[in-house]
Design a protein around this ligand. Structure first.
Ligand code: ZN
Length: 521
């Protein structure tokens, strides 16, 4: 290809490298000082001075509140333990300006999300939010063109990571806090965690339950930083199902009776009958769900159902499937056992979450019907949160099935998605990339990365005409959405690089905007 002349006008959306996020700050002292100084001035000074002072005070208070939110987010690992340790690697400060523009990655070797090997040294031009051109020949410009050039020096450019099973509201916040704290506080924690998620290189998540419509909107509007979110809204559960977290004294409820706390907050929606399931599914779609999540079998964290239980009837699941299908999208279900999976498949769901207790005929059924299997590498290792004795027993059953599940998924070539399903634990949430790296127990590094990029991107597109981010995700190719990571090292040789995104992801770009750039000048 001949050298290409191009004129591009843009602003340069580059932010300085993130300084260490360890910012000790006594918010209470600052707030108290601001209040005292401000009010004393209002008392002793004239009216106009007072007005200026009030404005200044507002600013100080506002900064203090933002700092408070940041501090709280930063010390999530310690929540509930009464201290305020501000350690949280990977959290960058709020940037002051965000703009799209044109960026040229010079001299990159590309992992395109699909191939087993890297490309030859290439140049990649991003314009707006799209990868416009990929060429082994130099891409040149008019000398006055406003293009931000990243001299990548042979480093690896790959698609942003996608987590197909994430809970933005609940991943990093302890369960007891979720059940008892003020919800506005919980949403601030979730927003802070969303920023950390993006800074781990996860540019897209499919959220499988929790109130994240507001968070998604704030991120899409650029008010907060975070990944693209494909929200499910509340997960829909039958009474006593995996999504029924009511206390024993809240049961029985009468039909049409008051909603429980987790329903009011938008975490769960309890439904018993096809009509109720249809209503709850339509409510989520109305609020912006891109897919519907149903609990179709027993779970680990929920105390009132055995792991072997099958949940909902085929008619109930089908009611949700019809509602979703009319909206151009699909239902995915939480299910571990062959019986629960088979009932859901018969009802028309297009994706199964977990499935660790599957048998071979059922795995083959998924392959034959082209149904997605959203699997998580759940093992009895350091990524297991604290569990009750009862939950721990159920968890061990699930972990014991994980090897078999991946082997069957590979053997029958089931369309397999990668997800983490981290719940209630900030330390484990910070290991989102490390959980992906564990996949080399069953796959080559390239295959593992493919599930979290190109394959997951294909699953996101299953949301059809309500897809909030139309365009190709999870691949580096011309015309695809520009979600890109520049890696210092070759993850196809050493997948452990993705365990430490602070160190090894030098550039993080989402939708054509650079959120991190640590390429040495
Ligand atoms: Zn989940």
């Amino acid at each position: 290809m001949a050298p290409h002349q191009r004129q591009v006008a843009c602003s340069i959306p580059v932010h300085p490298p993130a300084p260490p996020a360890n910012v000790p700050l006594d918010v209470a002292v600052i707030t108290r000082a601001a209040l005292t100084t401000g009010f004393l001035r209002i008392l002793f000074l004239g009216k106009s001075t007072a007005r200026t002072t009030v404005r200044k005070l507002k600013l100080v208070l506002c900064l203090s509140l933002v700092s408070a939110a940041l501090s709280v987010g930063l010390c999530q690992p310690s929540l509930g333990q009464g201290d305020a340790d501000l350690e949280a690697p990977g959290l960058a400060p709020f940037p002051t300006t965000l703009a799209r523009g044109a960026t040229l990655f010079q001299n990159v070797r590309i992992f395109d999300g699909k191939s087993a090997a890297l490309s030859a040294p290439s140049n990649v031009l991003v314009k707006g939010n799209v990868i416009e051109r990929i060429s082994v020949d130099p891409i040149t410009f008019e000398t006055n063109a406003n293009v931000h050039i990243i001299a990548a020096n042979g480093r690896v450019l790959m698609p942003g990571l996608i987590d197909a099973h994430w809970h933005a509201f609940m991943a990093a916040t302890p369960q007891m806090l979720l059940m008892t704290a003020d919800s506005s506080y919980l949403h601030l924690l979730a927003a802070r965690q969303a920023e950390a998620t993006l800074m781990r290189g996860f540019t897209t998540v499919r959220d499988l339950g929790g109130p994240v419509f507001g968070l998604k909107r704030a991120i899409d509007e650029g008010i907060m930083l975070g990944p693209r979110i494909y929200p499910s809204g509340a997960f829909i559960s039958q009474t006593s199902g995996h999504g029924d977290f009511r206390f024993l004294f809240e049961v029985p409820r009468t039909l049409g009776g008051p909603l429980s706390h987790s329903e009011v907050e938008g975490v769960a929606a309890i439904a018993d009958s096809p009509d109720e399931v249809r209503l709850r599914a339509r409510e989520q779609l109305r609020n912006g769900a891109t897919q519907i999540k149903l609990m179709a079998g027993g779970g680990v964290a929920s105390p009132h159902n055995p792991i072997e239980s099958t949940q909902f009837t085929e008619a109930e699941i089908r009611a949700a499937v019809e509602a979703a299908d009319n909206w151009g999208t699909y239902v995915t279900v939480h299910a571990y056992t062959p019986r629960a999976i088979r009932q859901a498949v018969a009802a028309g769901v297009k994706c199964i979450e977990h499935g660790q207790l599957i048998d071979e005929p059922t795995a083959k059924l998924l392959a034959d019907k082209g149904i997605w299997w959203s699997l998580q590498p759940l093992l009895d290792d350091k990524d297991v949160p604290a569990l009750s004795a009862e939950s721990r027993k159920k968890a061990l059953e699930v972990f014991a099935g994980t090897d078999n599940a991946y082997q069957l998924a590979k053997k029958h070539k089931v369309k397999t998605a990668f997800g983490t399903d981290v719940l209630f634990d900030a330390r484990i949430a910070s290991r989102q990339g490390a959980i992906l790296a564990k996949m080399v127990r069953w796959y080559t590094p390239a295959e593992a990365l493919k599930t979290a990029t190109a394959d997951n991107g294909e699953l996101m597109a299953l949301s059809g005409f309500i897809d909030p981010y139309p365009g190709k995700l999870g691949v580096v190719e011309e015309g695809a959405l520009a979600d890109l990571l520049l890696v210092d090292g070759n993850p196809l040789e050493n997948i452990k690089l993705i365990e430490d995104p602070d160190e090894h992801f030098l550039v993080i770009m989402k939708d054509g905007t650079i959120y991190k750039n640590m390429v040495p000048k």
